[in-house]
Structures are given as structure tokens and as C-alpha cells.
Design a protein around this ligand. Structure first.
Ligand SMILES: C[S@@+](CC[C@H](N)C(=O)[O-])C[C@H]1O[C@@H](n2cnc3c(N)ncnc32)[C@H](O)[C@@H]1O
Length: 204
């Protein structure tokens, strides 16, 4: 009881449940479990983000806070020429993300367990996608935004989703502060999808 979905090593009894969902016209199956975000369902914010995001061919993509893997796996299946990295601090989530990648035939993904960008230190991405851990606190989410800017290639994008009532507007303000451009991409069902874009010019 009372265990957060962002616990590193959940101790709650396993209660696996497989779900089938359609995203952008494709069928996906995901095994979910207790101790991992959104057990037995696809979060509405996650769906809104996947449906809203445009993934250019050949992108190097990061799904930060992947949970059981819906965002990264959908990106990998919808963009077979992309290379997708998925990170979560929760070991149980990482295990599920690996299994779900195999279950959906996504060979172009790599799951790395750890906190924040530490497991991909030194790497640069075209696109960082995240349904961030709002419950871990604003400090953690603001740090993800700042670190994303450091890990994006010129012209790269960070796309986030958050509940309107859980501070989506303050995230948009933070995006505008950190990135050269920020905007709301989509809204619906009480959620907002927002993006921050880095300058095209190489600033290295
Ligand atoms: C809101 S959930 C989203 C999960 C999944 N992407 C989805 O849409 O169903 C946020 C995820 O971030 C993970 N998380 C929390 N703090 C983290 C951190 N510092 N680094 C990496 N992942 C973290 C949690 O374990 C959780 O799986």
C-alpha cells in the first residue's frame, strides 16, 4: 500500500494484466503490472501524446519515464527507421518495457534502467518524449526539461504531456524559459501536449 509508481524496486505483489489498444491505426498489446504507472490501462495523456506527435523518419528518440513502454514502443513501431531508447527508474517498469517491445515486434528499441538522463549521458536525440512523473515533484520534472535541452540535437524537440490541473501551464512556462521556442501542440480530456524546440543552428 502507498507505493509510488516511481519506486525503484516495487515490492507490491505482481498482478499482471495484458491490454490491447489501437494507436494511430495500429494494434498494440502491453503487459502491465502492479507497482507500475497505469496498471491495466493506457493513460489518456499517454494516448494524447502518441496521437499528437509527429516522428520524422530516422530519428533518434528517447522516451523518458517509459513505464511499461507505450510511448517508446509506439514510436518504434510507427517509425521502423527510428532508433528508440527508453528509460525508467522503476526496475519492474523496465522489465515490462523490454517484454512489451518483443511482444509488439519492436526490435529498434533499447531499454535502460536508471534515473533521468544518466543512462544516456553523452548521447544526443532528435526527439525526447515524456509523460513525466508529475507526482515525483516539480523539481524532478523541471530537471527533466533542463536536461532534455542539453541532450537534444540542434532543431530537436522535447514533447511532454501533463494534466491541465496538474500544472501543465507551469510546464509550458518552463519550456519557454529553457527552449528557443515552446508551444502547446494538442489538448483534450483534461490533458495538454506541449513541446520545446532547440535552435536549428549548432550551438556547440
Ligand atoms: C507518468 S508515468 C508515465 C509512464 C509511461 N510513459 C506511460 O505513459 O504510461 C512516469 C514514469 O516516470 C518514471 N520516473 C519517475 N522518476 C524518474 C526519473 N527520475 N528518471 C526516470 N524515470 C522516472 C516512473 O517510474 C514512471 O514510470
Amino acid at each position: 500500500m502507498g507505493e509510488h509508481y516511481f519506486t525503484e524496486a516495487p515490492t507490491s505483489a505482481h498482478a499482471e494484466k495484458e491490454i490491447a489498444v489501437e494507436l494511430k491505426g495500429r494494434r498494440f498489446r502491453f503487459v502491465t503490472d502492479a507497482g507500475v504507472f497505469a496498471r491495466g490501462k493506457l493513460d489518456r495523456g499517454t494516448r494524447l501524446l502518441i496521437e499528437a506527435v509527429d516522428i520524422p523518419e530516422g530519428s533518434v528518440v528517447l522516451d523518458l519515464g517509459c513505464g511499461y513502454g507505450p510511448i517508446g514502443i509506439a514510436a518504434a513501431v510507427l517509425c521502423p527507421t527510428c532508433r528508440v531508447y527508453m528509460i525508467d527508474v522503476n526496475e519492474r517498469a523496465c522489465g515490462l518495457a523490454m517484454r512489451n517491445a518483443a511482444l509488439n515486434g519492436a526490435a529498434n528499441v533499447e531499454v535502460r534502467c536508471g534515473a533521468g538522463f544518466q543512462p544516456v549521458e553523452g548521447m544526443k536525440f532528435d526527439l525526447v518524449l515524456s509523460n513525466p512523473p508529475i507526482r515525483a515533484g516539480k523539481r524532478v520534472v523541471f530537471e527533466i526539461i533542463e536536461e532534455a535541452a542539453r541532450h537534444l540535437k540542434p532543431g530537436g524537440r522535447l514533447v511532454l504531456v501533463a494534466r491541465t490541473k496538474q500544472g501543465a501551464k507551469s510546464l509550458l512556462r518552463k519550456l519557454a524559459e529553457v527552449f528557443s521556442a515552446a508551444r502547446e501542440v494538442e489538448k483534450g480530456s483534461g490533458y495538454r501536449v506541449m513541446e520545446g524546440i532547440t535552435e536549428r543552428m549548432n550551438r556547440e
